[in-house]
Design a protein around this ligand. Structure first.
Ligand SMILES: Cc1cc2nc3c(=O)[nH]c(=O)nc-3n(C[C@H](O)[C@H](O)[C@H](O)COP(=O)(O)OP(=O)(O)OC[C@H]3O[C@@H](n4cnc5c(N)ncnc54)[C@H](O)[C@@H]3O)c2cc1C
Length: 468
């Protein structure tokens, strides 16, 4: 009997009895139709939900294991949720493991590492590391979940200096599809360790990760905002300027129409504007010199540059802190062409049928280097990543898709791939996921998927199916 037959038989013989599961776990098992169930599956992303048959509020690896075994026995897919930043459209009802109670962070200052449990947001690691003059390789928004970010690669505010966060993972604790708790390192399971760092959510329910911390207490950084009439000039200047930067400077530019609401700084309210953001680990005087070509473009609506403690690194990108509905994706570019970038911005700009945020981050530097211990992250030679993102209204994703397609079309000549972390709302698209990996790596990932999750239990993610 195959594992699949076993699941089918079990499902036929024993209809899911949540009481049996509840008896095995310490945390709550929440059922549809209750307020607790709704609260637990509510995430930062407001447009999508998992709509599970039940939610297991896991308190530790034992609960995660019981949930995975239960789902496998009853032929249910397993969905994982920490913060709900990555919620996406679903086509079937999973068993949801909510990790928000697993919030332990332990820092080892001598080893410069942190052990992070499954439900931890980056802000928890940043706070725990800061007293030791250390920082994690976190991203633009400190309220994003650390584990999923790491499993998908992890492009941080200091990315060009230190590389992908996933390449700084030392070990991964997870429960695999067969219900086995494993401690995975480069030495113990080289294949699985490779796959977990870049395509990780396909291979199990991760309960904790150990990562490197870097000796950064503060950065020189901030942002320059330019008004609508300067947007094309800023994009042109960013194209030439970014090509000259040292690896210690990680920069990006976004263009968007800012909402006309009080939380927005007054100079930006209701304005279409460009925002160049950067973090630099060198000294203030050098940064001032490096910024000159950008400031020469023209007057700034806001010019906010200075020393920022890493605990306030979220100020650099100033991502919206409140839950909302959004949709978007990204393309990796092998070069940035100024005309194409201006055309891309126009395609999503004020005249477009739906509003879009265009965000271009420079890659290169340490992101280009192959790590000592290889990982599944693909397209390392990409020079930039261009992201497109729209807030959704009642018209849903179909209203914004044509705008996004027009943006991607403008940079199609330079497009070489994608990053799974920045696929928002539409993770079930196999082609998008395949684009994230080198062809040979994608084949290897599928082989590993057949070995570690042949029934595709962990498919409620950027899925790599084991078979066609
Ligand atoms: C505002 C914002 C800013 C962002 N900034 C960056 C950035 O700077 N750099 C970057 O690289 N990414 C960034 N991201 C993308 C982010 O890394 C992904 O969306 C990530 O998946 C979010 O993880 P989460 O735990 O917060 O969300 P969740 O929705 O809770 O989880 C997302 C997915 O991760 C998987 N998952 C979660 N927990 C586990 C687990 N324990 N085991 C296995 N799989 C699990 C599941 O597939 C789940 O659907 C950003 C996203 C947003 C919305």
């Amino acid at each position: 009997m195959t594992q699949h037959d076993a699941y089918e038989n079990a499902a036929a013989k024993a209809p899911p009895s949540l009481d049996a599961l509840a008896d095995r776990v310490q945390g709550p098992v929440l059922r549809p139709g209750t307020e607790e169930y709704d609260r637990e599956q509510n995430g930062f992303q407001q447009a999508f939900r998992n709509d599970p048959v039940a939610v297991v509020g896991a308190t530790g690896p034992g609960d995660v294991r019981a949930a995975v075994e239960y789902a496998a026995a009853h032929g249910l897919p397993v969905a994982l949720q920490a913060t709900g930043h990555g919620l996406a459209s679903v086509t079937e009802r999973p068993l949801l493991v909510s990790t928000r109670r697993m919030t332990g962070v332990t820092v080892d200052p001598a080893a410069r590492t942190a052990r992070i449990e499954a439900g931890v947001r980056w802000e928890g690691v940043i706070e725990a590391a800061a007293p030791h003059g250390l920082a994690p390789l976190s991203g633009s928004a400190p309220n994003v979940g650390a584990i999923s970010y790491l499993l998908g690669g992890g492009l941080g505010v200091l990315a060009r200096e230190f590389g992908y966060a996933a390449d700084h993972v030392r070990s991964v604790d997870l429960v695999t599809a067969e219900g086995r708790a494993r401690h995975v390192t480069a030495e113990s399971d080289p294949d699985l360790f490779w796959a977990l760092r870049g395509a990780g959510a396909n291979f199990g329910a991760v309960t904790a990760v150990e990562v490197d911390l870097v000796p950064v207490a503060s950065v020189q950084g901030g942002g320059l905002h330019f008004d609508a009439d300067l947007v094309p000039d800023v994009l042109r200047a960013f194209t030439t300027w970014s090509a000259t930067l040292p690896d210690e400077l990680t920069a990006s530019v976004s263009v968007l129409e800012y909402p006309d609401i009080p939380p927005m700084p007054e100079p930006l309210r209701g304005k279409y504007a460009a925002h160049v953001r950067f973090a630099y680990t060198g000294d203030a005087a050098t940064l001032e010199r490096l910024l000159k070509p950008l400031r020469d473009v023209g007057p700034r609506l806001i010019d906010d540059v200075g020393e920022i403690p890493y605990t306030e690194s979220g100020r650099i990108y100033a991502d919206p802190p409140v839950p909302h509905a959004y949709f978007g994706s990204n393309v990796l570019l092998d070069r940035l062409d100024a005309d194409a970038l201006v055309a891309a911005a126009e395609a999503g700009g004020p005249g477009a049928p739906a509003g879009a945020v265009i965000d271009v981050r420079q890659l290169g530097g340490a992101l280009r280097r192959r790590p000592e211990v290889p990982s599944a992250i693909g397209h390392r030679d990409a020079a930039y990543i261009l992201r497109v993102l729209s807030a959704l209204d009642e018209r849903g994703a179909d209203a914004v898709r044509p705008v996004h397609e027009a943006v991607y079309a403008a940079v199609a000549d330079a497009t070489v791939g994608r990053r799974v972390n920045f696929i928002y709302g539409d993770r079930t698209t196999t082609e998008q996921v395949r684009d994230a990996y080198e062809p040979a790596d994608y084949r290897r990932l599928r082989e590993l998927k057949r070995r570690y999750d042949p029934e595709n239990l962990f498919r409620c993610t950027y899925n790599i199916p084991p078979a066609d």
